[in-house]
Design a protein around this ligand. Sequence first.
Ligand code: HEM
Length: 423
Amino acid sequence: MSVDISKFNPFDPATMQCPFPHYAKMREDAPVMEIPGMGIKLVTRHDLVMQALRDPQTYSSQFGSSGMPLPAEIRKRFEEVYAEGFPRVSTMLTADQPDHTRYRRLVSRAFHPKVVAELEPTVREITVRLIESWIDEGQIEFVTEFGVPLPVRVIAKALNVPDDRLDDFKRWSDDSIAGIGTNISIDERIQAEYGVNEFQHYFAEQINKRRTEPQNDILTNLLNATIEDDDPEVSDKRQLDMPEMLSIIQQLLVAGNETTTKMLTEMIRLLAENPDQWRKVKEDPSRVERIVEETLRMSTPTQGMWRMVTADTELGGYPLKKGDRLIIVFSSANRDENLFSDPDVFDPDRDNLRDHLAFGKGIHFCLGAQLSRLEGKVALEELSKRLDTITLPDSNKYEYFPSFMLRGLTSLDLEFTPAGVKA
Ligand code: HEM
């Protein structure tokens, strides 16, 4: 397929459906390339993406205020909504060192690997309950009936959100990502910010409750997290204040829900399209982790992330100026033919399976990687145990969400036979 990258438009519907031929051409011809007319540069080669991730001083994550400047009148409308909530502060994902180090230290204590590992029975219980709710139907729309509810319920459980607030919780999660890499109107963005205020007030109340009634949960851990007095890397030893805690909780939703939904949906699509792999994983459940990793490589949910250049420099011989805005394209790096042979082939047996950058690298490496890997593993263990055949009916249109930052199917019809039942 011949593509013309000189007219590349990340918002073009056809490109959003399948950007990979464009990325392949960019890796070959212009691995640091300005998007025509947008003043944003894309970094698409694996080695250059790594170089940027390893140098957070030069490639800053403080891109929160780097969006397109808004007219004063619209800015005022946003400020009016913000005034009704807690201050929106930049934490982990959008912070640089040394602030980032302080946040990461405090949050890592609340989100310790042991805390995540202890969630396995919860993840399994939620997974099994979901599967059992539709196992007799023979077909489902996978995104709404599995891909969305699994991560939302897991993180809600981890944050101790009661079941009767689950719908609100999902809505707040959607509101939090409304403006990321999509083409929605200003009115829709403002509406979403009202939802973020609602989210803030709910969690502020929950955190305040834990000041007098601590619980064994992430909210209490965040409230009580401290920096060691002798920690040499963090001079600002303050505990998290309320706006910081709210920002961090919001990030767990923003960074965690949609991404994991997209991973789960792509995993089942890839397996339905590769029946030999489905059969193999059914026969040998120890293959689940390989399948999860190869799904992350092939169908990277977080396609790209912003960086701001802090000093004149060059990347792979391409000059960059202080203030340049970049998107480092993880999904392109993950198909770099210099690292992955036959990069467009789904091959869970490749040797360097874990060299993908789906969770980033360096100081911003995904805080939720362990949790989403756990969800992928448990989901596939239970699905492959309980479903016999899986097929994709002709009703599927395979439409991807209109976003160039997060990539995933809007819906996926799946037909199946339950294990033990003849097709
Ligand atoms: C398949 C699922 C997921 C994918 C593909 C993914 C991807 C990523 C990527 C690429 C980054 C690095 C961003 C950068 O370098 O700027 C990141 C950071 C982050 N992720 Fe994830 N993520 C996933 C799931 C989760 C989950 C489940 C959570 C939390 C519950 C989470 C929380 C975070 C947070 C808080 C950060 C920021 C870390 C920092 O800046 O230090 N993610 N994620």
